[in-house]
Design a protein around this ligand. Sequence first.
Ligand SMILES: Cc1ncc(COP(=O)(O)O)c(C=O)c1O
Length: 403
Amino acid sequence: MRTSNRESQAPESTLDQPRAESGSILQRRAAPGASRLFEVPRSTSNLVPPCADRLRAYMDPIFDPEEGEASIVALMEHRFAAFHDVPHCVAYANGFWSLVSAIRALALPGCDEIVMPSLTYRRLADVAAWAGLRPRFCEVDGDSLTASVATMEPCISPRTALILPAHPIVGVLDAAGLTAMARHHRVPILFDAVESVYEVLPEGRIGRFGDAEVFSLHASKLLNGFEGGYVTTQDTQLAARLRAARDHGRGPGGLNARLSGLHAAAALAALDEVEAQVEHNRAIYLAYRRHFAGITGLAVRTFDETTRSSFKNILVEIDPDFWPLTRDDTVRALNAEGALARAYYAPPLHRKPMAYPHVPADLPLTDALAARFLLMPCGHFVSETDVAVIAGLMRRFARGRAA
Ligand SMILES: Cc1ncc(COP(=O)(O)O)c(C=O)c1O
């Protein structure tokens, strides 16, 4: 499809809003389609810049011969363990290697399958392959859009080495129920909690569940270390194994996956400022709710406001009976205007070509859900004005004026 040309765009009230062009020099980049609605693209990433003075202060020990960068990483681990209310945090170079290393440390010997959802992070099956296991994909729950006891339990067998549920990007999964299920079957459980770093369940902070939980400090995430990841666990022996494994092969199956002091300093600065992030995200979420209300065929997925929530990701469900475009055409049309919305977890993992062993899966609900959701621009550089502009664009699409 083609978006309408600029001259013929109707002067809708929402489209009359000034174009927000704020942003740091890092964020500005050449806009090939100069006349698009957002000259500076609005992405689905957080990209929050840390306070420069704070960052510099955390970096200082790098130049101190007695302290060195290891002390920054140790401080980061200490502060993040406290944040998650858990005894141990082991920092890694990124979330990917945190996952691989934790899987290798936890997997039951002699078993070769890892149970995971298919509607999740696009690299999760690659992680399993690096850890030497075959992914067995489970269905998701239609309400939470994530794995549940009901969807994971049927996939557990004597071949199961590990269970790997992943939190959804809006809301949380039933970490306590899944942990109890894993204990019942005597199978280890690791949570990919990258998208729920700030969340709390009635049973405790995310970070305390299962055998371990994994987080990412990538620039797109709520807590921006620019790169980085970490594992939290209550298991002292596991923490020691993970520390050894990341550090130049001290210990079985080791690799060099250490977090640098620079990234640890950025992560610390981000943690100091997280509450301001959440406040901004909540305002953006409420703006999406407000501006999208009444657009037939679109529904903003709601956060449970009675629990602690980061409000970071904005997920919009398309009802194909009422919305005139396919999800993919909607993404293309938004992208053409510089609103870098993305298809939410599409294709699902079981539909992707995989050059490694996996268990073929038939997952009709996952297939249906993977065609319905849009991840909308969000994070630090998206303003409430931007949301109004995006909603105006959507209304125009609804009236067929962009086709
Ligand atoms: C759910 C999930 N798990 C794991 C990762 C991997 O983290 P990293 O990018 O730090 O390797 C990501 C990254 O986007 C993610 O979204």
